[in-house]
Design a protein. Structure first.
Length: 943
């Protein structure tokens, strides 16, 4: 009987779907185990073989855990809002919902045919109103919360309002905007409602503020820092500029320290933790105020080195600093303004990256040194970033390279506070060593003490305090896009109001055009039915909007809705919790569901999400924890980043002299340009199918070819697998030709999960023929009830041991070779025993589930799935050698060997050896003086 994989795989996929084999229950006595994949964005191109790598690994683990008796939650869904669908809509007029649904169909078909054990009954789609109802709900919870630093957690905004009305904000220790004024209870109670709302926005965990954003004119939207690579948009490579806009922001900075601390409690890859740590960027130092001469104004600076204060010979402000306009003298005005205008064109990243180009302008103003009272010139320079620290620095040219370069360039004095002292790293580390000179009361103090003393003296002056600064910024949460979650927000007199949760979801309105409006409003500005009626609690036509705030006009309770939508990370920041109870319409999830599933035990996905999704999701989880919705502060105990599967691109070489395509071996010194061609046009010997190439792209239709030995040999290069390089391999083709089980095994066989590795379709034949051998081993067996031999058992048990260890260590590639060895051995042993073949099928089943199901059925288990059978238990006894080739020596000289059971006693061994004919030959009738037996080792006959 043939191994007909196409038939077998279709049969079992149907069986699993019909029987809901992988449906997880929320109510069971079994221990839970939650295995999660990062859900895909369903792009128009479908999956290539690089995409399922992580999914196969997590599927093996999920299946293994089921065999181990766990109740496994292994869901899948779609991150289905996003820019590509919207851009396609702009180009073609197709509604993004339609293209998204089509793409999802393709994804589902592709995922199904790989045989994943997903519980599809729990599927979520972030663009489904039933799902984003809860994204909107979380937004409202954030709006209605503030961060209490004393309690070190988020709390209900009502507690803050109560405090304001009884005590004002003097004693409130909250994370809030820098410019929050102080007020008493009577001030608060006298404020108008609008004034109160404005103040509360300074405390809410999501708030509206004028923020400097990364504006991408080509995409017509704001981008997050992690969406910008080398100063241009990650998607499309368009220029990005800085611009001030009123935007929703998330006060993630309130969680900076907890996001750092939490990293110690989770088993995530160190490089990922490092990038989150750097992104959060904690620095300890001081804030120091420099007073401006002849003025009431002061400029605070953030410094990590307050001990160097006597070396500060000038100050530098970011060109965007709010005081620049006020302090610049009339003589310097023109120069300063020109410089400010020039820097507005440069992105922050460019400014940070470009350390060599020194530029700046003198404001004409002077500050006063806090201790020496000497005048200090105030400059502006674009190496100082507006959004970090206070946007101003005390410049210490002998301590900081950028300050030094600046001082040199503009000929500013460079006082030496390190004169004659050791400033090596060791000196810093040494508690006793002095590293500062020419610094008044700091002279003679070791580094740490100098820092403390400087802060102490500044505090005495009322001009400084110790401060911890984080590089992390609040996250801008508004996008000028159509295809995203609408905000549950309307505006009354310019102030944002939340729609009550019971009226959610607020569904995306229809629009004529997906582009920004002519007046520069986001695409939702094109919607004509996009106003909130507070009487009917419904979205109504814009025509109904009342003229609130206009004197003499009655406010009819209909108000404009928010025009921005939420960013891509909104929908992915709590999806892991929603899977626990995905159809709940009354709550994001029930208490029962979250109490049972708690958190993700294993999360697998790409490392590119380190400072985006994985940071935001941790933030929202901590918030949900503070507000009592979840019981775990970290959502995923363990995380693995799968490596990238690279493609093997194929290249032809165009001779620039005459346009001929030159076979690789004949290039020599010719001036050629390599061109990518589709890898499907090339066979495993790197020979190009010339006729197919001519049909593939019109450019090649009339090409002339220079061949070697009758063939065109292409060049090969390993690159990222991407449509752009025509090196994508479609899993559909592999599944049709070799089957899903071969694909699964091969993806694992390629190498360690976390490493990047090249794809080479030719290599799949190895695992494919292994599966055929496995099949044969079962099909050739007839008398299944034969007792297993010790060798059979040994082969089986060493396989159980290895495979179990491998899965536990996520070392899936090594299991595949173990299976190969096992099947070779059992084939050689002509094993037919059910007691061996049954457990082997279970071992194989997480990796190659279809064939395992089929073999299980063939072994007589009708209409049951192997996926629920207990994992075989390793028994060490079978690995023990049962016999040993004893060397038999005469007077210390080894003469022959004989096999003896290891169970024999000393006496039994002696008897057996003495009875051997070779012993008799050696002794020739003599009686030995002594027979020395060392069980398990040797026998020596003396005399
Ligand atoms: C004086 C000084 C002396 C500094 C010295 C360094 C060395 P991190 O570790 O990144 O927090 N700085 C502060 N705000 C800045 C801004 N907005 N743009 C650019 N640079 C800024 O670094 C903090 C240090 O970077 C601060 O300490 C300040 O320079 C500078 F020997 O102050 B320092």
């Amino acid at each position: 009987m043939q191994y007909n994989f196409n038939e077998i795989e279709a049969k079992w996929q149907k069986y699993w779907a019909e029987n809901q084999t992988f449906k997880a229950e929320n109510n069971t006595d079994k221990e839970k185990f939650y295995v999660l994949d990062m859900f895909p964005y369903p792009s128009g191109a479908g999956l290539h073989v690089g995409h399922p790598l992580g999914y196969i690994a997590s599927d093996i683990y999920a299946r293994y855990k089921r065999h181990k008796g766990f109740n496994v939650l292994h869901p899948q869904g779609y991150d289905s809002f996003g820019l590509p669908a919207e851009q396609y809509a702009i180009q073609t007029g197709q509604h993004p919902a339609i293209t998204t649904a089509e793409n999802i169909k393709t994804y589902r078909r592709q995922l199904d045919q790989i045989g994943f054990s997903f519980d599809w009954s729990r599927e979520v789609r972030t663009s489904d109103p039933k799902y984003y109802k809860w994204t909107q709900w979380i937004f409202i919870q954030l709006f209605n919360s503030w961060y209490n630093k004393d309690a070190d957690k988020a709390e209900d905004i009502e507690t803050l309002i109560l405090e304001f009305s009884s005590n004002g904000n003097i004693q409130v220790n909250a994370v809030c905007d820098e410019d929050t004024p102080e007020f008493t209870a009577s001030d608060w109670n006298a404020f108008s409602s609008k004034e109160q709302q404005k103040i509360l926005l300074k405390y809410r965990l999501t708030y509206l503020a004028d923020t400097e954003v990364n504006w991408c004119p080509a995409l017509g939207t704001v981008l997050a820092n992690d969406e910008i690579v080398n100063g241009v948009s990650e998607r499309g490579g368009h220029p990005v500029i800085r611009k001030k806009m009123t935007q929703w922001s998330m006060r993630i900075t309130a969680y900076a320290q907890r996001l750092l601390d939490g990293l110690d409690t989770i088993d995530w890859p160190q490089p990922l933790k490092d990038s989150q740590t750097n992104w959060i960027g904690r620095s300890q130092g001081a804030e120091v105020e420099f007073r401006i001469q002849n003025s009431e104004l002061g400029i605070p600076v953030f410094t990590t080195r307050p001990d160097t204060i006597f070396g500060a010979s000038f100050m530098t402000l970011a060109p965007e600093h709010e005081l620049v306009g006020q302090i610049t003298t009339p003589e310097q005005k023109a120069e300063v303004e020109a410089y400010v205008a020039a820097t507005a064109k440069r992105s922050e990243r460019d400014r940070m990256a470009d350390v060599k180009a020194i530029s700046g302008a003198f404001t004409g103003a002077y500050a006063e040194h806090p201790f020496t009272k000497q005048p200090i010139p105030i400059w502006i320079g674009d190496y100082v970033l507006a959004g970090y620290g206070t946007g101003a620095v005390m410049s210490v040219p002998c301590g900081d390279q950028r300050d030094y370069d600046f001082a040199k360039h503009f000929d500013i004095s460079i006082p030496n506070i390190f004169e004659g002292v050791d400033i090596s790293e060791e000196a810093f580390a040494d508690k006793e060593k002095t590293i500062i000179a020419n610094s008044d009361f700091l002279n003679g103090l070791p580094y740490k003490k100098a820092v403390k003393t400087a802060i102490y003296e500044l505090e005495k002056l009322g001009q400084g305090k110790g401060k911890v600064n984080y590089r992390l910024r609040d996250a801008v949460f508004s996008r000028q896009r159509y295809w995203g979650e609408p905000f549950p927000v309307y505006y009354v007199d310019g102030m944002p109001q939340m729609i009550a949760s019971e009226h959610l979801p607020i569904e995306l309105p229809e629009v004529e055009k997906y582009l920004p409006t002519e007046t520069g409003e986001p695409p939702l500005g094109n919607a004509t039915v996009w106003a909130w009626d507070t009487q009917k609690n419904a979205v109504v036509s814009n025509e109904n909007i009342g003229l609130s705030g206009v004197e003499g006009q009655e406010d009819n309770g209909v108000y404009p809705l928010e025009l921005n939508t939420m960013p891509g990370w909104a929908g992915s920041s709590q999806y892991f919790n929603r899977y626990m109870d995905p159809h709940n319409d009354d709550a994001i999830f029930s208490k029962e569901a979250i109490d049972y599933w708690q958190d993700v035990d294993l999360y697998i996905g790409g490392s590119e999400h380190a400072t985006g999704h994985l940071l935001y999701a941790r933030f929202w989880q901590k918030f949900m924890f503070d507000r009592g919705y979840v019981s775990k502060e970290e959502f995923a105990k363990k995380l693995i980043n799968q490596g990238m599967i690279t493609g093997t691109s194929a290249l032809v070489y165009r001779n620039e002299e005459n346009g001929q395509l030159i076979s690789k071996g004949l290039i020599g010194n010719l001036n050629v340009t390599p061109l990518h061609v589709d890898v499907s046009l090339v066979n495993s010997s790197n020979e190009l199918d010339i006729e197919e190439l001519k049909k593939w792209q019109p450019d090649f239709a009339d090409a002339a070819f220079v061949l070697e030995e009758g063939n065109y040999i292409v060049g090969r290069e390993v690159e990222k697998m991407s449509k752009r390089w025509y090196n994508v391999v479609n899993p559909d083709d592999i599944v049709t030709e070799y089957g899903a089980d071969s694909l699964r095994l091969y993806e694992m066989f390629l190498g360690p999960l976390e490493q990047s590795k090249p794809w080479n379709t030719a290599g799949i034949t190895g695992v494919h023929s292994f599966l055929k051998k496995l099949w044969k081993l079962y099909i050739s067996q007839s008398g299944a009830e034969v007792e297993p031999s010790p060798e059979n058992l040994k082969t089986l048990h060493k396989t159980i041991k290895k495979v179990e260890e491998d899965i536990e260590n996520f070392s899936f590639n090594t299991s595949v070779s173990t299976f190969m060895i096992c099947v070779n051995e059992l084939t050689a042993q002509k094993c037919k025993s059910r007691a061996i073949l049954e457990p082997l099928a279970i071992l194989v089943s997480p990796y190659a589930p279809h064939i395992a199901e089929e073999l299980w059925e063939k072994l007589g288990h009708d209409n049951t799935s192997i996926s629920k059978v207990a994992f075989p238990v390793f028994d060490e006894r079978h690995l023990a050698e049962s016999s040993k080739e004893y060397p038999i020596s005469f007077n210390g000289k080894m003469k022959f060997t004989m096999p003896l059971s290891l169970d024999l006693s000393k006496e039994e061994i002696e008897t057996a050896v003495m009875a051997h004919e070779k012993t008799q030959q050696q002794l020739q009738g003599r009686t030995p003086k002594k027979v020395i037996v060392v069980p398990g080792k040797i026998v020596n006959i003396v005399g």
